[in-house]
Ligand binder design. Structure first.
Ligand code: WQD
Length: 344
């Protein structure tokens, strides 16, 4: 009998890739998603990629009764991976209350229900955003949590505290917090990828939309930072490598391998790359010339951040493996496939 895993936000970018890797690892997946930032077609695409159609419940995690009904319907859900959240940094500054309600109450609902349905543990989608601008690089899990630069980043920090306090209060659940760096790329089949609503906020989808002609040119937000080429530095991690980290974390929870009831891991490559280096890597990997222009800084941007992933490498036995060139090619192939399918 396959162990059942509930994946909230499972039709989203990282969620959908994680569902496929869970299925490949032999788990049965139930997806909850309100489709506010994704489409139900993703369920079909997941089935095309893995050959297994996951159960799908269109539901908002703010609806606690609806959530309880899903736990009851599927009976023995063993663990939860919680992706469902609003995640646009800029939008969170304009609509803080929407972000606090959605990102905090959704998690609270999940945490309250888990013990009632004997769910063992939760793997939580956190972010390197919690570090702000680290004092030391590469950044380790011991680095101090700094004042968040945005309500979005603050919700990630508060969510981590909510989980810690819940476990400390005697809740029987355990938790693994995965702090992602910058997820990029798409599935090698080009059937899953990042499909932002409207104008992309993140760098790589903006690059591929510029390369295919949807956007006229890419604005590079600043080249006057204290970095070798003046542009910001990030730790860009392949989305399939990131998805695989969730499978390892779930296994660790279910097999009681955790050393503490709440564990935190940086999920990054350990390598910093600047925005300009990424642009040149894209041009080299795809042979497509990119039209870009240096403009002023974007407020709230961190200057430079990349992971020290040694704890995840050692404790989880997980390591990012995909090259930046293959990752950028996968992003470009995804964009071409979207065009072929008449989606973008
Ligand atoms: C990366 C770099 C920009 C767009 C955020 C969240 C993080 C995660 C990923 C959700 C920055 C530059 C970008 C553009 C540019 N979100 N850039 N032109 O801000 O590092 O991280 O998204 O999980 O939690 O904080 O990602 O891709 O927006 O920006 O020059 O059109 O690219 O200035 O230096 P970011 P990003």
């Amino acid at each position: 009998m396959k162990e059942k895993i509930l994946v909230t936000g499972g039709t989203g970018y990282i969620g959908s890739h994680t569902v496929v890797e869970l299925q490949n690892a032999g788990y049965e997946v139930i997806i909850i998603d309100n489709l506010s930032n994704s489409s139900a077609d993703v369920v079909d695409n997941i089935e095309q990629v893995s050959g297994i159609r996951p159960a799908f419940e269109k539901l908002d995690c703010l609806d606690q009764e609806g959530l309880a009904a899903v736990f009851a319907k599927y009976g023995d859900i063993k663990a939860v991976i919680h992706f469902a959240a609003s995640k646009a940094v800029g939008e969170s500054v304009e609509k803080p209350l929407l972000y606090y309600r959605n990102n905090l109450v959704s998690l609270i609902n999940i945490l309250e229900l888990m013990p009632r349905y004997n769910v063992k543990g939760i793997v939580f989608s956190s972010s390197c955003t919690v570090y702000g601008q680290p004092d030391q690089l590469p950044v380790t899990e011991e680095a101090p949590i700094k004042k968040a630069e945005s309500p979005y980043g603050n919700t990630k920090q508060i969510n981590e505290e909510i989980i810690r306090d819940t476990v400390a209060s005697g809740s029987p659940i355990s938790a693994i917090l995965l702090r992602y760096f910058n997820p990029i790329g798409a599935h090698p089949t080009a059937l899953l990828g990042e499909l932002p609503n409207g104008v992309p906020q993140n760098l790589v989808p903006y690059i591929t939309q510029t390369a295919i002609g949807i956007r006229e040119k890419l604005s590079v937000f600043g080249d006057d930072y204290d970095t070798p080429d003046g542009s910001c530095i990030r730790d860009f991690i392949n989305v399939v490598d990131l998805a695989k980290a969730h499978v390892v974390a779930i296994k660790r929870v279910l097999e009681d391998k955790q050393k503490e009831k709440v564990e935190v891991f940086n999920i990054g490559t350990g390598r910093g790359l600047s925005v300009l280096e990424l642009i040149h890597a894209f041009e080299q990997s795809t042979g497509v010339k990119l039209n870009y222009q240096i403009v002023g800084r974007r407020s709230g941007d961190i200057e430079k951040v990349w992971a020290n992933p040694e704890l995840a490498n050692k404790e989880l036995g997980w390591k990012a493996e995909t090259s930046i060139e293959d990752t950028l090619r996968s992003a470009w192939n995804w964009q071409l496939k979207l065009r072929e399918r008449g989606i973008q």
